[in-house]
Design a binder for this molecule. Structure first.
Ligand code: 1GP
Length: 245
């Protein structure tokens, strides 16, 4: 089953999912190994791979390590066009629909379209929405876009609806990595009710309580990264909270 089919099937069955964010460049020694052990143990649903910068040529090696040690799909969540590897299973083709930077709405897509069409990667068109998480994030700075204000739920709802109407296959609402405030339950609920495509939520999710609340509010897949950097074991409680919601 493809990554997207898995996402749709889980949504239809009411099963909530968890992905772990890996920034290959920012990975400290030993951390990837611990996450891979935990991935099998906890039954996470995907690894998302991406970051804002390219410092080293380690993406391929990171995916090979994932493939050699577990069966969890490796999904590219690229911060730029250099973060593409044929070794991955799927790629989120992000259109930054909360912003008005034409390069990130369609420009980069035109540049990479022929390459992606020829690739073996499963391409998942994704409406990517930044929601203000209380602190300027790398993605907001690097994308030169302003996030949707946290309290403007109607704007978030209409942005997600527009993305769905345009034919994007999933909506990813992100407060940005390391957000002080994760996206509110109210926003997750309102956006989840407004669209039929799977809803991915991430940014600043640190506790099992918040993960459970997101799942109950309608987040089909939650992405967790920063919370695991100091304490990878937190993944156990977060996965249990999401799967038990
Ligand atoms: C960022 O949603 C991801 O794109 C993960 O965010 O690192 O804050 O968990 P955190």
């Amino acid at each position: 089953m493809s990554f997207y089919q898995q996402l749709v099937a889980a949504k239809a069955a009411g099963q909530k999912q968890v992905a772990v964010l890996i920034d290959p460049d920012g990975m400290k020694a030993g951390h990837l190994g611990r996450l891979l052990d935990l991935a099998e143990e906890t039954g996470i649903d995907a690894f998302f791979l991406g970051g804002s910068l390219i410092m080293n040529n380690v993406l391929d090696a990171c995916i090979s390590e994932i493939k050699s040690r577990c069966r969890v799909p490796a999904v590219l969540f690229p911060g730029n066009s250099l973060q593409i590897s044929y070794r991955a299973d799927a790629l989120l083709l992000l259109s930054l629909i909360s912003g008005r930077n034409p390069d990130l709405l369609i420009g980069k897509h035109v540049e990479t379209a022929a390459f992606l069409k020829a690739s073996p990667l499963e391409i998942v068109s994704t409406g990517y929405m930044l929601i203000d998480g209380g602190v300027p994030t790398s993605v907001s700075y690097m994308s030169n876009t302003t996030p949707i204000p946290a309290g403007k739920i109607d704007i978030a709802v209409c942005t997600a609806m527009a993305g769905e109407l345009l034919g994007l296959k999933t909506i990813y609402m992100d407060a940005g990595s390391g957000a002080l405030q994760p996206i509110s339950d109210e926003t997750v609920r309102a956006v989840g009710q407004a669209i039929a495509v799977p809803l991915i939520v991430g940014g600043g999710i640190r506790t099992p309580e918040k993960a459970r609340a997101n799942a109950e509010a309608g987040a089909d897949l939650q992405v967790v990264g920063t919370a695991l950097e100091k304490n990878s074991g937190a993944l156990r409680e977060i996965v249990a909270a999401v799967k038990g919601a």
